[in-house]
Structure formats: C-alpha cells, structure tokens
Design a protein around this ligand. Sequence first.
Ligand SMILES: CC(C)(COP(=O)(O)OP(=O)(O)OC[C@H]1O[C@@H](n2cnc3c(N)ncnc32)[C@H](O)[C@@H]1OP(=O)(O)O)[C@@H](O)C(=O)NCCC(=O)NCCS
Length: 203
Amino acid sequence: MASTVYGVARRPASCSGCGVNLDAFRPQPELTGPNVILRQLDGSHLDDVLKTVRDPEVRRLTGTHARFTEPLLARWLESRPEQDGRADWAVTHREDGRFLGDLALNDIDADNESAAFRIALAPGAVGRGYGTEATRLVLEFAFETVGLHRVSLEVYDFNSRARRAYEKCGFVAEGVLRDALCWEGKRHHAVVMSVLAPQWRLR
Ligand SMILES: CC(C)(COP(=O)(O)OP(=O)(O)OC[C@H]1O[C@@H](n2cnc3c(N)ncnc32)[C@H](O)[C@@H]1OP(=O)(O)O)[C@@H](O)C(=O)NCCC(=O)NCCS
C-alpha cells in the first residue's frame, strides 16, 4: 500500500513507479527453453486440458473442487488469447510438440508491479523437470521483459514436489493460510510463496 502524507499518495523511495511493460503481452510471446516451448493456451488444447482437470491426483494437488463441463472449458480456453490482466500458456514438448500442461501469470497488477503464478502439468509429464523449466521461463519473462517486481503463488503444504520446484526457481515461503483447503474431510494449510526481481537476479 502506498504511504500517504496529508492525504497525498507517495511511492516508497525504492519503488521505480509504473515500469511495467504490458505491451510485452501483445501478442503473448512464445517462450523457449531447452526442453519445453510455452505457447498461447487456446481452444486447440481442449482435450488435453480436460484430461488434466479431470485427473484425481491433479485435482488433489491443486485443490480443485470445481467440475468442468466440456462446453464451459471450451469457452474458457477459446477466450484466453483475448485476456488482459493475465497470460495463459500451454507447456509443450520442444521436440514433438506434445502437450505437457498449462500455466498462467494472473492477477497482473501494474501499479504494484506484481502478478500471481499457477501451473498444472498433465499426469504423465510430472517429475521430469518440465515444470521447473517452464516456471523459470515465465519468471525470466515476468522480471526481464515485463518489468514486474513480485510474483507470488499458493501451494498446499502436502505438495512437496511443487514446493521443491518453486524453491529451485527462487520462491521463498512467506506465510501460511491456515486450513485453507478442505479435501475429503481433512483440512490443509496453503503456503504463500513469492519471488522478488532483485533476489531472482542474484540466484
Ligand atoms: C509442481 C510441478 C509444476 C513441478 O514440476 P515438475 O517438472 O514435476 O518438477 P521437477 O521434475 O522439476 O521436480 C522438482 C523437484 O521436486 C523433486 N520431487 C519430485 N517428485 C517429488 C515428490 N514426490 N516429493 C518431493 N519432491 C519431489 C525433484 O526431485 C526435484 O528436486 P531436485 O531437483 O532437488 O531433485 C508439477 O509436478 C505439476 O504441475 N504437478 C501437478 C499439479 C501441481 O502440483 N501443481 C502445483 C500446484 S501449486
């Protein structure tokens, strides 16, 4: 929150102001790493995303209670390319182009130079480094091209693989949302993690 002096908003001295380049999202770029390419998520990914959001283990790890009908998900995917304030990518394999999962930078807040991050790999794609690589690509874009200062996420405390992947990308735990998830009769905490541009550059 900006501090105020006699009601006049004042930015903290360390804040460079609105240095965020939202044009970097128009058009949303492809991001290429050694093993994955991140491409605009859209209606062509319906079958793959349906399989992922209906997978019981992915649903548990992401705490997803919602039931997705095919028409609803199709409309949501088709509307991704027109979105302002968020960017959705399909994670694809660099060699054969197969779908590995999807991720997003959402809640992009230009005034505060911040955004949130989420990712869900498809069941067969986990544990091979693709998620860590994709997350690093998005952070590089967020900090070096868009000019964001902070990227944050929430992860359930039982999701050790995700927490480890995020730590490898520079995220640090900054707090706990107690009993944030109720899953099959048990409550679980969510851990809030964030990575800031200056620390990310020092990694
Ligand atoms: C979370 C996710 C993005 C991580 O990506 P990934 O490509 O599967 O992860 P990686 O293969 O890069 O592994 C990351 C680290 O976790 C470790 N790891 C793998 N499986 C693990 C497990 N079951 N428990 C603990 N650590 C594990 C790996 O060894 C690696 O650490 P290391 O390099 O120090 O050995 C991906 O697994 C995923 O999307 N899972 C399904 C949905 C989900 O959990 N989304 C996140 C919700 S917040």
